[in-house]
Design a protein around this ligand. Structure first.
Ligand code: ADP
Ligand code: MG
Length: 260
């Protein structure tokens, strides 16, 4: 049985209003270490709003997000002082954006994109940083020879892989991903999905993954939450939810993917 201490992240009654418009409403769940939680739903259902709130990018209107910190156990993320939250966000946490442009610095080299994350957590040895950056390029299937090249010279799939390397080099425990394969060609998506699945397994990462693509959710996530109009309408093991959806909206989502 799981105990309270096993929880990595706990979200309670999370709500974000954009004026009188609902972004996400009354959302509660727990995430266990090593688990991949998928958040699915059509465009506008509140997935990104929820992800931004739990990853400390957008302060919720009400509700709490608690994280099991290495030193002090469960702590309210929005109750932390700003430097503590910032430190958490660049050490224990990582965030992979849909668009590599939002997650990379396009005007510095691939190596610097990875290296500056190491410097941000106190690494100062140039040779080590460079070596580590090369290793990480190869882990995401980019030739180390591209170390000094700008991300602008990379294909879309390579940029996304570089963004993943930049995020994982610091050894985070919890990774947030917002449509990580969105906007890429299908064959490029498939390769990226394979890579992501391997990295999640190798490093035992805990992931909160937002996607509108049920095939992506099926491949990567252990558990699924289905959102509609800002609320979670169905929640369960991925296979259960996709093979035997209970809610009419989920049934519709699942059947529309089967038809395409
Ligand atoms: P998803 O990621 O599932 O497409 P979003 O979280 O982006 O959904 O949006 C959820 C709802 O909140 C939508 O109705 C959207 O129009 C609204 N919304 C999102 N961002 C803003 C914003 N900055 N200002 C006002 N409304 C917003
Ligand atoms: Mg979104």
């Amino acid at each position: 049985m799981k105990t309270q201490n096993d929880t990595l992240l706990e979200v309670q009654d999370l709500t974000l209003m954009y004026g009188d418009r609902i972004g996400c409403e009354d959302i509660s769940f727990k995430l266990w270490p090593g688990e991949v939680l998928g958040i699915v739903g059509e465009s506008g259902s509140g997935k990104s709003t929820l992800l931004n709130c739990i990853s400390a990018h957008q302060k919720p209107t009400r509700g709490t997000v608690s994280y099991n910190t290495r030193l002090e156990g469960m702590k309210s993320v929005y109750g932390m002082i700003e430097p503590e939250r910032r430190l958490l966000m660049r050490t224990d946490w990582a965030f992979v954006h849909q668009s590599a442009r939002d997650g990379l610095r396009m005007n510095v080299s691939a190596g610097a994109n990875i290296g500056e994350r190491l410097m941000a957590i106190g690494n100062r040895h140039y040779g080590d940083i460079r070596q580590n950056a090369e290793t990480w390029l190869e882990k995401v299937e980019i030739s180390a020879e591209r170390l000094d090249d700008l991300p602008t010279t990379f294909s879309g799939g390579m940029q996304q892989r570089l963004q993943i390397a930049r995020n994982l080099v610091t050894g985070p425990r919890l990774v947030f991903m917002d449509e990580p394969t969105g906007g890429l060609d299908v064959s490029v998506q498939a390769r990226l999905l394979d890579l992501l699945r391997g990295l999640v397994r190798t490093f035992g990462l805990s992931v909160v993954l937002v996607t509108h693509d049920l095939a992506v959710a099926r491949l990567l996530s252990n558990r699924l939450m289905v959102m509609q109009k800002g609320r979670v309408i169905e929640h369960g093991l991925t296979d259960q939810v996709l093979d035997d959806p209970q809610h009419a909206y989920t049934q519709l989502l699942v059947s529309s993917i089967l038809q395409t």
